[in-house]
Design a protein around this ligand. Structure first.
Ligand SMILES: NC(=O)c1ccc[n+]([C@@H]2O[C@H](COP(=O)([O-])OP(=O)(O)OC[C@H]3O[C@@H](n4cnc5c(N)ncnc54)[C@H](O)[C@@H]3O)[C@@H](O)[C@H]2O)c1
Length: 424
């Protein structure tokens, strides 16, 4: 029997507004979530969430407790440590959802675990493999579940490809290309304050989705990475790697190019440009997997244009990521893999809690089962993602040098030595 869980969402930015909060509101409607709190650095994003007319229409009568309280503090005041008090105040073994800038994930996930909370964390879990290992160990010792929100794992086309690949219908992956170019207008947003050369880059920010997806489909692990990035100015003068070109070599010798950027035309018909193309081989013939993840078969041309950045008359909306639609009943219902991913992680937490409750061993057993299923990304089954990010950062900061990933007892990343290159 599912239980009701309280949830604290840390971060009130774009991903919370677009995907996490509406999904959580729906789970509250379904009886899986009880009380919702959201903690942000300051009050403006919280006020924006509370006033969001789409959310009000979709979830009438539902709301959240705001930390800080946006009615009583100055919009200019920051509360960087407030999340600690909010986490301390919820009863043990509820849920903390982390939707903060990447560089804050490790310390906040650890804080939540040390205060006995299950965790839903947006990708990437951490920026270093040793941090992911520390998270895995702490969570397991305490019988707490950590789910990393790689929502493309819940895109049905990925699940179909995984089944077909693992049944041998594609043969073996040899060569591939993936692209995910985010809109130009992201440059004007809060990205310019945190997605800067010293913290991140477009491959780290968004390329990881397709590296994760190739693993999800094929089960292969990445073993070598090189990332070239060109440094560009943001409108506020900060600098970022706004166009990146990564090459990932896999344990079977296959290679994948991943192109990322912040330059999808504002006037373009989609939310971004994205897709993957894999070439595979069997004994006597080759196979192909091609997913156009931006154009999903819908063409609309409207008579009125929205006022948000990136809105255009001609649109190719995706019905597959996240939409709020009328399914009858009160308000609107979230559909798509963005919703299913949040639901999947909350249900996994519920599986851990419902079996055995106070029994640590029982909870650990369920955590191991979910790790082994390989559907939800967990610290145990997706640690390669942290190694990829670590290797990718090392490479991009040194102009694109090859960085090798070594697995085993003590996984590590290191520059490839000249002597290791194959000489003809
Ligand atoms: N496709 C994806 O999986 C996807 C998409 C978008 C974002 N993300 C991830 O989600 C995270 C957040 O991205 P976003 O676009 O929502 O960012 P954002 O900049 O819009 O929002 C960040 C939020 O964090 C809050 N914050 C910062 N420091 C804080 C602190 N000390 N305490 C409490 N709140 C604090 C800010 O107030 C803000 O509300 C990033 O890690 C990003 O990589 C993932």
């Amino acid at each position: 029997m599912p239980q009701k869980h309280d949830i604290v969402i840390l971060g009130g930015g774009m991903i919370t507004e677009m995907q996490i909060l509406p999904s959580i509101y729906h789970l509250q409607r379904l009886g899986l979530i009880d009380h919702i709190s959201i903690c942000a650095l300051n009050s403006p994003p919280l006020q924006q969430l509370a006033k969001n007319t789409t959310l009000k229409k979709a979830f009438p009568g539902q709301s959240f407790t705001s930390f800080p309280d946006f009615d009583s503090v100055s919009p200019k005041e920051n509360f960087p440590e407030l999340y600690k008090k909010v986490i301390k105040d919820i009863p043990p073994r509820n849920i903390v959802a982390i939707a903060l800038p990447d560089q804050l994930h490790f310390e906040t996930v650890m804080y939540a675990l040390e205060h006995d909370q299950h965790v839903l964390c947006v990708k990437p879990l951490a920026l270093k493999n040793e941090h992911a290992i520390q998270i895995e160990k702490t969570a397991y010792e305490r019988g707490l579940f950590v789910g990393i929100e790689y929502h493309k794992r819940f895109d049905d086309r990925v699940a179909i490809a995984r089944q077909k690949y693992r049944a041998g219908h594609f043969g073996e992956f040899r060569l591939g290309m993936a692209t995910l170019i985010e809109p130009w207008y992201y440059r004007d947003s809060n990205f310019q304050n945190w997605c800067t050369t010293e913290n991140s880059d477009m491959f780290t920010y968004i390329g990881c989705h397709y590296v994760d997806q190739v693993h999800m489909i094929t089960g292969l692990l990445p073993t070598q990475i090189s990332v070239y990035g060109s440094v560009e100015d943001y409108p506020n003068g900060n600098q970022g790697y706004l166009w990146t070109n990564a090459r990932i070599v896999w344990e079977n010798g296959a290679s994948l190019s991943v192109l990322n950027g912040m330059g999808y035309p504002n006037v373009g018909p989609g939310g971004n440009s994205q897709g993957i193309w894999l070439f595979t081989q069997g004994e006597k013939d080759g196979g192909i997997l091609f997913h156009d993840d931006q154009y999903r078969g819908i063409k609309h041309s409207y008579l009125v244009k929205g006022t948000d950045p990136g809105e255009s008359y001609y649109n190719e909306p995706s019905p597959d990521y996240f939409k709020l639609i009328d399914r009858g009943g009160q308000g609107l219902t979230p559909v798509g893999y963005g919703y299913r991913s949040i639901e999947g992680i909350v249900q996994a937490i519920d599986r851990v809690e419902s079996t055995g409750q106070a029994n640590l061993e029982q909870r650990q057993k369920v955590i191991k089962q979910i790790d082994a299923e390989g559907i939800i990304a967990t610290p145990a089954n997706s640690a390669f993602n942290e190694l990829v990010i670590q290797a990718g950062r090392m490479s991009i900061l040194s102009g694109g040098r090859d960085v090798v990933i070594e697995y085993g007892e003590k996984p590590q990343v290191r520059f490839k030595e000249l002597s290791e290159y194959h000489q003809i």
